[in-house]
Design a protein around this ligand. Structure first.
Ligand code: AMP
Length: 202
């Protein structure tokens, strides 16, 4: 199974990605978590990324693509992935899409959009700031990250809808209900794509 979660910060991508990875036995690849680890280890990528993360700006596409290409290919060899936070710009999505044209069996099968209202997002991010102490969960950086989502990431929803991959989920429900809605929608997608009887390949 190869999935992508797209949503505003605080919508529950990380929580659902962990559950989906366990459910399907696939790798959870969080671009944000990988970038934070690069920063913590003081690597070359981490040194480039640090200031972008602090401001809530997107790290340059090339840096993110470089960081993720090996883990994605490795995940594909081991049963699949749930991508949490990548692609996040049209350029990243287009690069990933064109790579998928060249390497068989790595393309996305479903893109899950978690829909959560701005008030609820702000509430959840304040709770997370107290719990995890992430420096980019302060009020002003949160506002900036919402704007970055609107300009850079929101266009991905159309990009994937046009490719018939988008699943829209009400992310304001209890965690377990969000999860069962996602897996049910993924099952439906699979059913829709199953060939009709009599139309199978010989
Ligand atoms: P997240 O943990 O997904 O909220 O991401 C935290 C921060 O990591 C973002 O605000 C960006 O600075 C950076 N980041 C994560 N994923 C990406 C990506 N795909 N492209 C660029 N920057 C990213």
């Amino acid at each position: 199974m190869r999935l992508l979660l797209v949503a505003y910060p605080g919508a529950g991508k990380g929580t659902q990605a962990v559950k989906l990875a366990a459910h399907y036995g696939i790798a959870h690849l969080s671009s944000g978590a990988l970038l934070r680890a690069e920063v913590a280890h003081g690597t070359r990528i981490g040194r480039v990324a640090a200031d972008y993360l602090k401001r809530g700006d997107l790290v340059p596409d090339d840096v993110v693509l470089e960081m993720l290409s090996v883990p994605v290919l490795e995940a594909v060899r081991n049963g699949g992935y749930v991508l949490d936070g990548f692609p996040r710009t049209l350029r990243q999505a287009e690069e990933a899409y064109s790579l998928a044209q060249q390497v068989e069996g790595i393309e996305l099968q479903a893109v899950v959009h978690l829909r959560v209202s701005p008030d609820e997002l702000r509430h959840r991010l304040r709770v997370r700031a107290n719990r995890e102490g992430r420096s980019d969960d302060s009020d002003d950086v949160i506002l900036h990250r919402f704007k970055v989502f609107d300009t850079e990431t929101e266009p991905l929803l159309d990009f994937y809808a046009q490719r018939g991959l988008l699943i829209d989920i009400n992310g304001e429900q209890p965690v377990q209900k969000v999860f069962t809605d996602i897996t049910a929608a993924i099952d439906d997608l699979g059913a829709d794509r199953r060939p009709e009887v009599g139309q199978q390949d010989p």
